[in-house]
Write a protein that binds this ligand. Structure first.
Ligand SMILES: *Cc1c(COP(=O)(O)O)cnc(C)c1O
Length: 218
């Protein structure tokens, strides 16, 4: 089932890329394995998948250290909110942190990267709908925040990430994220999940985070 799902999703990604005239490796599939166990991950690895996403540090710690030893080319993304007391573990385990969403975390991530001498990639999470309960910096503050990360904390932000509200049309959120990234000269855009990745690719996504379409219901 997972194998067939990978085939379908990869071909839908190709179709969306063609429609948007996007080139060969311009879109990375981040396979989101939260709540799924090592068995599911192994099937994905057999399909050739190497880029994965987890939303909790604790859960990721129980799953990935061994697998990463076995497959050194795995790239693991943290896509969920990060608490300051988990920064050390996050830097040790992940390769990309997509959810940099506030000053304190940015500062700690920079400090801890230096301490561990690790070069991760970082995305700033933007709360495009300005929902009170959702993580992310507001679109208005994005520019200042990204600048502060780079200049004050020494944390190089490579791109932006967003999670639009489920009940709203996605296109305006994807377009807004793209515009903010363009303004800041950032080229990576993590947007689009199982329900809307084709639309996200048409609007410029470079990373799509897909869970349930690949692994089933959670
Ligand atoms: C769970 C999750 C996904 C994947 O969601 P699906 O709808 O299962 O594809 C993507 N991004 C984030 C931040 C998530 O937490």
């Amino acid at each position: 089932m997972i194998r067939a799902a990978f085939k379908t999703v990869l071909s839908e990604i190709e179709t969306a890329k063609k429609a948007a005239r996007r080139s060969g490796d311009s879109v990375t599939l981040v396979a989101v394995t939260k709540t799924f166990g090592v068995d599911a991950v192994r099937v994905a690895l057999e399909c050739g998948q190497r880029v994965f996403g987890e939303n909790r540090v604790q859960e990721a710690k129980s799953k990935w250290p061994e697998l990463k030893k076995e497959f050194p080319d795995i790239e693991l993304h943290l896509i969920g909110p990060l608490q300051s007391n988990k920064v050390k573990e996050a830097i040790a385990l992940f390769d990309v942190i997509e959810s940099v969403d506030r000053d304190k975390i940015a500062r700690l991530l920079a400090q801890e990267s230096e301490k561990q001498a690790k070069q991760l990639k970082f995305f700033a999470q933007v709360n495009t709908a300005q929902e009170a309960q959702k993580a992310g910096i507001s679109p208005k503050e994005a520019r200042t925040f990204v600048r502060r990360c780079t200049h004050d904390y020494g944390l190089k932000i490579e791109g932006l990430m967003c999670i639009p509200p489920v009940e709203e049309p996605r296109a305006p959120h994807f377009a807004l994220l793209h515009k903010i990234a363009d303004d800041l000269g950032l080229t990576s855009l993590s947007m689009g999940m199982s329900a809307d990745f084709s639309e996200a690719i048409k609007l410029g996504a470079t990373h799509v985070r897909i869970g349930s379409r690949l692994f089933g219901r959670r």
